[in-house]
Design a protein around this ligand. Structure first.
Ligand code: 5GP
Ligand code: ZN
Length: 141
C-alpha cells in the first residue's frame, strides 16, 4: 500500500499483507491485528504480530491499537507454546536496531535449545510444507 509520508510515497509490505494484496501464512486475525509466519524464520514457527493500522513504531500507534496488539501478542505467545514452552519476543525500532520493515511488529521466536539463532547469516526461506503444518498447528483456537 502507498503510505503518504510528507509528500513521499512509501510502499509497505505488511500493509499489503493486511489488505491481502500480498500473500502470507496467516495464523491469527481479529478486527485490528494480524499474525503470520515470518518468511525467513530464525527458528521453526517464527511468527510476526502486527496492527492492521500502519505505524512504524509502537509509539506511533493510538492507545487502543497498542492494547489490542499486546492482547494479540499474548494469544500468539500462548500458541507458540504448542511448539515449545520457551520463546523470545522481540521488537526492533529503527534501522540501527535492525528494523527492516517499518510497520511495527513483534517477533515471537520459539526456542528449542539451539545455539543463538540471531547470529545466523543464512536464514532459509520458509518452505511451503512446513508453513502448512505450522498454520494447522498455530491457527486453531
Ligand atoms: P525487522 O528486522 O524489521 O524487525 O523484521 C522484519 C521481519 O519481516 C524479518 O524477520 C523478515 O524475514 C520478515 N519479512 C520481511 N518481508 C516479509 C514478507 O513479505 N512476508 C513475511 N511473512 N515476512 C517478511
Ligand atoms: Zn504498513
Amino acid at each position: 500500500m502507498a503510505i503518504p509520508d510528507g509528500g513521499k510515497v512509501t510502499a509497505c509490505v505488511f500493509c499489503d499483507i493486511v489488505a491481502r494484496r500480498a500473500p502470507a501464512w496467516i495464523v491469527y486475525e481479529d478486527a485490528t491485528t494480524l499474525a503470520f509466519l515470518d518468511i525467513f524464520p530464525f527458528t521453526r514457527g517464527h511468527q510476526l504480530v502486527i496492527p492492521k493500522r500502519h505505524g512504524a513504531r509502537l509509539t506511533d500507534l493510538p492507545f487502543d491499537d497498542q492494547m489490542a496488539l499486546i492482547r494479540s501478542l499474548d494469544e500468539v505467545c500462548r500458541r507458540s507454546e504448542r511448539l515449545s514452552a520457551d520463546y523470545n519476543v522481540a521488537l526492533n525500532a529503527g534501522a540501527r536496531a535492525g528494523q527492516i520493515v517499518f510497520h511495527v511488529h513483534f517477533h515471537v521466536i520459539p526456542r528449542y535449545g539451539e545455539a543463538n539463532p540471531f547470529r545466523s547469516t543464512s536464514r532459509a526461506p520458509l518452505a511451503e510444507a512446513e508453513a502448512r503444518s505450522l498454520v494447522a498447528e498455530l491457527s486453531r483456537t
